[in-house]
Design a protein. Structure first.
Lengths: 323, 574
């Protein structure tokens, strides 16, 4: 009996350690394994043309996921990002005459404004983030459709198109932009006062407030950043697709972004932001969809696989939390 | 209850005998006897951790005693859960009303035993009955409204009415007045007297001593899990009651030297106060609290649990919204009241609840220490690693913080080290005033003496310190001066030779005699429920046996005896 218990406690200790390792490095290991499997199934997967296609699709999701990771770090969530993509898309045709600079300025300002509204709802009105950004999501999508009219509009502005199609050193410019943003987000979280305050606010808001942290400013800023990144993603989506279609662009983007963040190991309970994990999470989800699609697995089955992955990722992160 | 004959034990409603209960090796109750007679109001008092809640939970079937018996009407009653206790006639009213906030008042009153007609709930009859029943408790409201739209006091009355309706023999009230307006307290008291007339016994838990004298017949005092006194309320001096609770015998002067404080007082005789708080008022908690702290001075804040000590500290730093009052630091009035503003002006508070309000658990020791000082350790928003490490290193050494490295998660440290990390968080800001709320609670002996020595040292360096401590010895030996609080008011100042346990206990006990009763409540702008209509006219019963011979009336009652009798509460099992 006693030996049994001993063995059992040893087993649970091992199990806890395993889970912790899984939580910390699981996403990277899974990414490597998945990549090897993909190559093993079909060596054409590593051809540059295919990788380029994957990166074009990945870049907007990753941008949005970075903002989402910051919001989630404050124990929040931002459901409005998909709608902000649509809003950004809707203004591209309007400002095309001012060149790429004008388009970007208008789109990013709108993204920031939308984020500020969401942040203010959370910080001042103390509305739960999920409710605040849900209402924002509905409202902003409506606004985008009003701005654009109901039909998709072709975009011919050369700067915008180039942004969505050009490659630098064989890698899409979009992917470079996303990579730079990921690097900056990482530095923001690790090196700056703001990053530290963000995590503290997410971990123990009351203690942070009592320690004199500018809790409201941190919250609003986080939603503004999320809005700006989503707007940037919106311009990229328009550039890549050569049309502005607010009724369809950015649909489900909030869910893809949350998935990337969660699979990357950032806990939904806040207090921690894993930027590199988010990048890996986004890559992983992109890769698994690609593999399944390329092997003619029906989309319905792909979705079920994705669902299982999300469940597992959340389960693993919970286990760590109750340690 | 002078007319009650000295009773044989067989006459008891509830009889707890020799009960022991421990949790994970901690003895929460030791050999506790508790006897409740029919139709008596029995006060159950003690400081935090004395075992009151555990005893209540044993009586109501939440916990099962390790040994000992609980008898109801002379028969063994081993309740397996609160429902069984309730069915047997023991009703409990907790501090937080546990009813269904979104259901109607009437629904709540009759939940689980609604009047039925053809198998359906007879809503009309239920509402009619509810109006009638609640009227007797001074609650005149639209019973179809959701319960949560009522004020807390009215909600509590609904809970009470519900408890009594369930054929209660014993009603246990856990701090029933903590959220009540003075007038609602009067209503509650007359309801309690009504219960007595019906032969229902009441166990009354409260920290407000004056209330006990106003409404209780007998008292049982718990300390460290054991009964230290049981007896009649009348004739028991307040001074004695306080010393029983705190475990300090009036005549005994205890050996000094178990704390690390230097007995020599700090030099602070001259000099302007660094902090001057004036007339701080917090709704229901603080009334006109003023105090000064001079540089180099440790000002103790004395008082029993619930006296408003933590609230005072929180009001000073702006962590509790104040209705009135001002705070000056070095002569400058703080206009914006928030923790951030207080910190900018050099006033910092070590909170009582380390986990909830202090540490940021998943951040590292380094990040926890530097979090408040970050703006000063940064250039253009980027944290200077070198500066940060220097500060963190200095304070980890100075406070002897034991962590495997500055990178260790603060949540994994011991309580004492967490407390030191929090002290370091404030000290690296170079504050002028340090408000310490229970700085040594829940930390090991070694860390405790270190923290005490540090407090001394900081005061020696010219910091103004406010010390809140439930450890009487720590408070007395650590403080140069003590401001004594009671029920949210300053009731005394001790300085110099008066800073002794006797002085403190005397002030606490004497306070009730001196204070003029008045209505401390602010305007009722937050109320959502109408006032109980007759509550204002009702007065305490003039029966001298109930208010305790020779004792003053309760604070919320007018001094002149009222002409009216308390509203009768007639039948209840209808």
């Amino acid at each position: 009996m006693s030996t049994n218990t001993l063995a059992w406690s040893g087993l649970t200790a091992d199990r806890t350690r395993m889970l912790r390792l899984l939580q910390e490095y699981g996403v990277y290991a899974a990414l490597v394994v998945l990549f090897l499997v993909a190559v093993g199934l079909d060596t054409s997967f590593v051809e540059m043309s295919n990788i380029r296609v994957q990166l074009f699709q990945l870049a907007p999701t990753l941008l949005v996921a970075l903002g989402m990771a910051l919001v989630i770090g404050t124990e929040g969530i931002d459901l409005s990002v998909g709608a902000v993509i649509a809003l950004a898309a809707s203004v591209v045709p309007l400002y095309a005459g001012y060149g790429l600079g004008g388009v970007l300025l208008a789109a990013l300002l709108l993204g920031a404004a939308s984020g500020a509204v969401g942040g203010a709802m959370v910080a001042f009105a103390r509305i739960q983030p999920i409710v605040a950004t849900l209402s924002l999501m509905i409202g902003v999508r409506g606004l985008a459709e009003i701005v654009n009219g109901n039909s998709a509009k072709a975009v011919t502005q050369s700067g915008v198109l180039a942004l969505g199609s050009r490659t630098v050193a064989g890698i899409p410019e979009m992917a470079w932009i996303a990579a730079v943003c990921a690097l900056l987000t990482g530095l923001l979280v690790r090196r700056t006062t703001f990053g530290r305050q963000l995590v503290a606010v997410g971990d123990n808001r009351r203690a942070g407030w009592l320690s004199g942290l500018p809790v409201r400013r941190v919250l609003i800023t986080v939603y503004v950043i999320s809005g700006v990144l989503a707007a940037l993603a919106g311009v990229l989506v328009v550039g890549h697709g050569a049309e502005a279609d607010p009724a369809n662009q950015g649909l489900n983007m909030e869910l893809n972004a949350i998935t990337a963040v969660v699979v990357g190991g950032t806990p939904l309970s806040g207090g921690r932001v894993r930027v590199l994990g988010t990048v890996a999470g986004a890559l992983f989800m992109q890769l698994i969809t690609a593999v399944l699609t390329q092997h003619n697995v029906h989309t319905s089955y792909t979705q079920i696989v994705e669902a299982a992955i999300i469940c597992f990722a959340v389960y693993a992160s919970q286990e760590r939390g109750t340690r | 209850m002078a007319e009650q004959a000295p009773d044989p034990r067989g006459d008891l409603v509830l009889d707890v005998g020799g009960v022991n209960k421990s949790f994970a090796g901690v003895h929460a109750l030791r050999d506790v006897d508790f006897a409740l007679r029919p139709a008596e109001v029995h006060a159950l008092i003690g400081e935090n951790g004395a075992g009151k809640s555990t005893l209540i939970k044993v009586m109501t079937g939440v916990h099962r005693p390790d040994s000992g018996t609980v008898r109801l009407d002379g028969r063994p009653a081993a309740f397996r859960n609160p429902l069984e206790a309730q069915a047997a006639g023991i009703s409990t009213i907790y501090q937080e009303v546990n009813l269904v906030p979104l259901m109607s008042v009437a629904r709540n009153l009759y939940l689980g035993r609604e009047p039925r007609r053809f198998g359906l709930v007879d809503v009309a009859r239920m509402n009619r009955e509810a109006v009638r029943v609640l009227g007797r408790y001074g609650v005149h409201v639209d019973v179809t409204r959701p319960l949560r739209t009522l004020g807390l006091g009215a909600q509590q009355m609904v809970a009470l009415a519900r408890a009594v309706q369930i054929e209660a023999r014993v009603v246990i009230m856990d701090e029933p007045t903590s959220s009540l307006e003075p007038r609602e307290v009067d209503t509650l008291f007359s309801v309690i007297r009504g219960l007595k007339e019906q032969g229902i016994a009441v166990v009354y838990v409260s920290h407000r001593l004056d209330e006990l004298y106003a409404v209780c017949d007998r008292v049982t005092v718990l300390r460290d899990g054991a009964v230290v006194h049981t007896g009649d309320m009348a004739g028991l001096e307040q001074l004695r009651l306080v010393s029983l609770m705190l475990g300090r015998e009036m005549a005994t002067v205890r050996d000094k030297g178990t704390t690390a404080f230097d007995t020599a007082r700090h030099d602070h005789s001259e000099g302007q106060p660094v902090l001057r708080a004036r007339n701080l008022s917090v709704r229901h908690r603080l009334y006109d609290v003023s105090l000064d702290i001079r540089p180099g001075e440790v000002v103790g804040l004395g008082g029993l649990l619930g006296a408003g000590r933590s609230e005072t500290a929180k009001a000073i730093v702006g962590a509790l919204p104040t209705e009135a009052g001002s705070v000056e630091v070095e002569g400058e009035t703080l206009h914006r009241r928030s923790p951030a503003a207080a910190i900018r002006n050099g006033v910092v508070m070590l909170p009582e609840d380390r986990k909830l309000e202090g540490i940021i658990p998943s951040l590292s020791v380094r990040e926890n220490i530097s979090i408040a000082a970050l703006p000063r350790l940064s250039r253009a928003g980027v944290v200077s690693q070198a500066k940060q490490d220097e500060v963190v290193d200095f304070f980890m050494k100075r406070l002897r913080i034991k962590a495997s490295s500055p990178d260790q998660r603060v949540g994994d440290l011991s309580g004492g080290n967490q407390q030191k990390v929090l002290l370091a968080r404030w000290l690296c800001l170079g504050p002028k005033v340090l408000l310490l709320d229970e700085p040594t609670r829940g930390i090991d002996v070694g860390a405790k003496t270190e923290v005490q020595a540090l407090i001394d040292e900081l005061a020696g360096d010219g910091l103004g310190v406010l010390l809140i401590s439930s450890d009487l010895e720590e408070l007395i030996e650590g403080s140069d001066r003590v401001v004594v609080l009671k029920d949210g008011r300053v009731v005394g100042h001790l300085a110099g030779d008066e800073v002794t346990e006797e002085g403190l206990l005397g002030t606490l006990a004497g306070a009730a005699q001196e204070r003029a009763p008045d209505d401390p409540a602010g305007p009722g702008e937050r109320r959502t429920a109408p006032e109980p209509a007759e509550a204002g006219e009702r007065r305490a019963s003039p029966d001298p046996a109930e208010s305790g011979a020779g004792e003053p009336p309760a604070p919320h009652e007018p001094p002149e005896p009222a002409a009216e009798d308390p509203a009768p509460v007639k039948e209840n099992h209808g």
